[in-house]
Design a protein around this ligand. Structure first.
Ligand code: MF3
Ligand code: CO
Length: 241
């Protein structure tokens, strides 16, 4: 498959493509105008694009993708009143082995989390699977942002942390739709929000980060990936290290 995320392409070009696809299907962005809480600025983009040390919530603009970048593209869609939320981190050509490894470990942690999600289980089963894998590579999971229930609204209960939180856990039951989204830093997990745009979340120590997300449906005896192509395959899988 050939991807639009390539050196020299502007992040606004990726956004324009997403808008074109939304239009084609009669869908809208679940992010545009979103306010996480009263008093916060409304999100001004249609998708989020976060590069390198940026973790999530980057706003598309004139910036160009460069060789070796890690480009997280996060897309939330409202289609006929139902919301799907998914993200992938593209490894742009020329990335070094450490960069590629971060993407692969984050991707694998998402799938370990998905495997751990079971009817009758708990959110912490997912959190533990993600965290254990990530930390075995001496990387860190972000604490300040978490996965979430999704479906009618973008953010629903339960929260789905990527770390085991002894103060929070919730049961998983058939019929639930959740977005699992590991955000992984090569360095420490502390993050800060850009003072310039009020949105972009980056690692305080400027370490590289990667982010993958799927919305999944928990059924009685299996889970279904919802944020995939028509044939059930994923839009992007990072290269083997
Ligand atoms: N996948 C992200 C999340 O669930 C994207 C939200 S962007 C926002 O938090 F603009 F909608 F906040
Ligand atoms: Co999400």
């Amino acid at each position: 498959m050939s991807f639009i995320a390539k050196p020299e392409v502007r992040t606004s070009d990726l956004e324009a493509k997403a808008i074109e696809v939304f239009k084609k299907f009669g869908a809208t962005s679940a992010f545009y105008g979103y306010r996480p809480s009263k008093g916060m600025p409304a999100y001004p983009g249609y998708i989020c694009i976060s590069i390198n040390q940026e973790i999530v919530h980057g706003i598309p603009g004139n910036r160009r993708i460069k060789c070796g970048d890690l480009v997280s593209v996060d897309v939330g869609v409202n289609f006929k009143g139902y919301i799907g939320d998914g993200a992938t981190t593209y490894v742009i050509e020329g990335a070094d082995i450490e960069t590629r490894k971060l993407a692969k470990v984050t991707y694998d942690s998402l799938h370990l989390g998905i495997k751990a999600a079971k009817n009758g289980g708990k959110v912490s089963d997912i959190s533990r699977a993600v965290q254990t894998h990530v930390e075995s590579f001496k990387y860190n999971v972000v604490r300040d942002l978490v996965g979430h229930g999704v479906g009618i609204k973008l953010h629903e209960d339960p929260q789905v942390p990527n770390f085991v939180d002894k103060n929070y856990d919730a049961p998983l039951r058939e019929g639930m739709i959740i977005a699992i989204e590991p955000m992984v830093c090569m360095g420490g997990w502390k993050v800060s929000i850009s003072k310039d745009d009020g949105w972009t979340v980056k690692s305080v120590d400027n370490s590289l980060s990667a982010h993958f997300e799927h919305s999944i449906l928990i059924e009685h005896d299996k889970t279904v990936l919802l944020t995939v192509l028509d044939d059930g395959s994923e839009a992007y899988i990072p290269p083997e290290v």
